[in-house]
Design a protein around this ligand. Structure first.
Ligand SMILES: C[S@@+](CC[C@H](N)C(=O)[O-])C[C@H]1O[C@@H](n2cnc3c(N)ncnc32)[C@H](O)[C@@H]1O
Length: 258
């Protein structure tokens, strides 16, 4: 089976935290998803696939704009919530988007921060392209490089004063598609046409509590176990005191044709 570690993480590690911070996280991610969806331009009558759909907020928005959307994700706990809230026109599939043989042929393939976790991105993007109708449209938003994301760097600096930080991760992870040239080559190599990858710089609208629950600093805190738990209130106060009025977030919007 592919992606076993990410399947474990998104079923056993992340869901409780993601469920707890769902509202604030959704508010922080929404502007990025909206920009990617505007780049996609869903039209009534089109069928959309939402890759790594999580709780399905963007799947519902896709269906609202075009009539029908399917969300695919490996996280059963997150999909159970999405499923319970699914309006007409929305359905969900628990499957690995890297390997699943989709029966449908999609007019649109979309993702909001759900495509950075594949262990074999070339195979995954080729699989997604195969799921599309000829000239179908692809649009996705991913994080830029970690070093260019102040929302990730500032909490790391604060946590790093008090706890050992893990080595920056290589391989699947939130910043794995952050190099625009490499991301563009990956999509073209998977057979997408008219690929373009452009920066999207917006403020990250999250407070100190959220920043210590999501992202690399949160991982360091979790790994510290009980020591991390007891430091959390102090770290949160320290982070709050250092947060600028505008915390920068650097994302990339990729578009292409199937
Ligand atoms: C950062 S979350 C984004 C969730 C959602 N798109 C959002 O914006 O709220 C990444 C999502 O990708 C899913 N994911 C990770 N690897 C996947 C894979 N191989 N196939 C399908 N979904 C995957 C995770 O389970 C998780 O729900």
């Amino acid at each position: 089976m592919a992606n076993t570690e990410q399947v474990r993480v998104w079923n056993e590690v992340n869901p409780p935290r993601w469920i707890a911070m769902r509202g604030p996280l959704e508010r922080a991610l929404r502007p990025f998803g909206r920009a990617a969806m505007d780049a996609l331009g869903p039209r009534p009558g089109e069928l959309a696939l939402d890759v790594g759909c999580g709780f399905g907020e963007t799947t519902v928005e896709l269906a609202r704009r075009c009539g029908a959307a399917i969300g695919v994700d490996v996280s059963q706990p997150m999909l159970a919530i999405a499923q319970a809230e699914a309006p007409k026109g929305v359905s969900y599939l628990c499957a690995d988007a890297q390997t699943h043989a989709f029966e449908e042929r999609f007019d649109l393939v979309f993702s909001r921060f759900g495509i950075m976790f594949f262990e074999d991105p070339a195979a995954a993007f080729a699989n997604l392209r195969r799921s599309m109708r000829p000239a179908g449209r692809f649009a996705a938003v991913v994080w830029g490089l970690a070093a260019e994301n102040e929302w990730a760097q500032l909490p790391i600096r604060v946590v790093g004063r008090h706890l050992a930080l893990p080595a920056p991760s290589v391989g699947p992870g939130p910043f794995s598609l952050g190099d625009p040239a490499a991301f563009s080559r990956l999509l073209s190599g998977a057979g997408f046409a008219n690929v373009s990858v452009r920066p999207l710089d917006l403020p990250f609208e999250g407070d100190a509590g959220l920043l210590l629950q999501a992202g690399p600093a949160a991982a360091a805190l979790r790994e510290a176990g009980a020591a991390g738990d007891s430091l959390r209130p102090m770290l949160e106060a320290e982070l709050r005191a250092e947060m600028p009025a505008r915390l920068g977030a650097h994302a990339l919007i990729a578009v292409g044709r199937g």
